[in-house]
Design a binder for this molecule. Structure first.
Ligand code: ACO
Length: 436
């Protein structure tokens, strides 16, 4: 069958070019513009990558108009209901759901990689007690290449797999250590007998004098279920800003720990993963329902930088399926956990209701995204607000390493090197300092 193509004409010169049209397994077809410059002598301009596919990927599919999110073909609603975070991480990394034995081996390996090199502990001493945990995450994850340099031959698939497993396994340990450093508590070692999320909660909250989870102190299964669910919902989201950052950094052949640290830095921004922390700060600032109209007006005012945090999404234009799931879970979790009467949840519901009736939000298709409600659940689980984006890091590591593995396995991957539309000064001669 003949290849589908599109034709492009430069109306100023009359030069025409025919470009291949690549059909997606699902969703929008993509014009292959790789030869655009060669054929037309032009670049394409798309700040923010609104219409640009940066790679081929078989991991995650999003249909933004219809609120569909699939991991390796499986709907997010089914995974959220039936699966666990580690099973989903296996699925993202390997392409298929594991059979029982495969999951057992995977879990065992994660457990055995969860410890940190003892020398890493002293690394934390360099941070002030009030350092933001995300600042510590960027630094500590970036430093892992200095501790685990024995398996860094990126041309060896087994080295790549081990590096990916290490990052997934160590992220909760590093995250909990960041929190404990800030509160001045001794670090807690990971335990082999605990499930991934249980282990994280134990490393966060155990005291030297009292274990958080043992035969006498069981953590509420509702909390562990909620944590697994949040991690599943945050595990991957195709070519989002942080994943694209990981891919771009990796395209240079840099070591994976440095690339994931770059991704953590990108996730930190309030337009991306930092939104969950920003939502809680915003709700605290709004304070009471009678102040909602004032803040909605601020969000609509083009001269005011305030935006409704947790609202809007580049891809979802009707609803974010993750937000729908989390909203339902909020009711369940808040109802079963001790601190259930959280006024912030009531305020968030009132804010959502008000915004969704406002013409500005309707016209611009701005709906609550995944992070509008996630912070409320984290708060109910006693996770400190400045750790919210760190929680996102733990979950998204599954996606980042999956994309990294996918990209590094492609023999034809090239360094990512965008072009630009130059708007600076024309060529001019240097003027010596005394003549300026
Ligand atoms: N509050 C008020 N107005 C908004 C908001 C908001 N939260 N989001 C978008 N708008 C407006 C913009 O001002 C713009 O208006 P204009 O057309 O009159 O200029 C229009 O809606 C389109 O917004 P863009 O910023 O162009 O959309 P973009 O796709 O570039 O940005 C983003 C998406 C970053 C998520 C944006 O909606 C936003 O800043 N939201 C708040 C932060 C947030 O919740 N981020 C988390 C995203 S989910 C995640 O990363 C896990």
């Amino acid at each position: 069958m003949a290849q589908d193509t599109i034709s492009v004409k430069d109306n100023s010169t009359g030069i025409e070019a025919e470009l291949p049209l690549l059909r997606a397994e699902l969703g929008t077809a993509t014009a292959d513009i790789g030869t655009f410059h060669k054929k037309l002598g032009l670049f394409t301009y798309d700040p923010g990558f609104v219409s640009t596919a940066s790679c081929k990927s078989a991991i995650t599919y999003i249909d933004g108009e219809n609120g569909i999110l699939l991991y390796r073909g499986y709907p997010i609603e089914q995974l959220a209901k039936e699966s666990t975070f580690l099973e989903v991480a296996y699925l993202l990394m390997n392409g298929e759901l594991p059979v029982k034995n495969e999951l057992a081996v995977f879990t065992d390996e994660i457990n055995h990689h969860a410890m940190l090199h003892e020398a890493l502990r002293t690394f934390f001493d360099g941070f002030h007690y009030d350092a933001h945990p995300m600042a510590m995450m960027v630094g500590v994850v970036g430093s892992l290449s200095a501790f685990y340099h024995s398996e860094l031959n990126m041309n060896d698939p087994e080295h790549r797999r081990i590096s990916a497993m290490r990052m997934l396994a160590k992220m909760p340990t590093i995250a909990a250590a960041c929190h404990r450093h800030s509160v001045g508590w001794p670090f807690v070692y990971p335990r082999l007998d605990l499930e991934y999320c249980e282990n994280f909660m134990n490393m966060m909250f155990s005291l030297p004098a009292q274990k958080f989870i043992d035969q006498n102190h069981y953590i509420d299964p509702v909390a562990i279920k909620a944590l697994n669910l949040l991690f599943i919902l945050h595990a991957d989201h195709e070519q989002n800003a942080s994943t694209s950052t990981v891919r771009l950094a990796s395209s240079t052949g840099a070591n994976p720990y440095a690339c994931i640290a770059a991704g953590i830095g990108a996730l930190w921004g309030p337009a991306h993963g930092g939104a969950n922390e920003a939502v809680l700060s915003m709700l605290a600032e709004i304070g009471t329902a009678d102040r909602i109209p004032m803040f909605i007006e601020k969000a609509k005012d083009k001269n005011d930088p305030f935006r409704l945090m947790g609202f809007g999404h580049r891809v979802y234009k009707n609803f974010d399926p993750r937000a729908t799931i989390i909203r339902e879970t909020c009711y369940e979790v808040l109802d079963k956990l001790p601190n259930k009467d959280d006024p912030l949840f009531e305020l968030a519901l009132a804010l959502e209701e008000y915004a969704l009736k406002d013409e500005y939000f309707i016209e611009k298709k701005l709906y609550p995204n995944v992070d509008f409600y996630s912070g409320i659940i984290y708060k109910a689980l006693n996770i400190p607000v400045d750790m919210f984006t760190v929680m996102f890091v733990i979950a998204r590591t599954a996606g980042w390493v999956s994309h990294w593995l996918e990209m590094m396995a492609e023999p034809s991957h090239r360094i990512g090197r965008p072009r630009q539309l130059y708007t600076g000064s024309g060529k001019r001669d240097y003027i010596s300092a005394k003549e300026r």
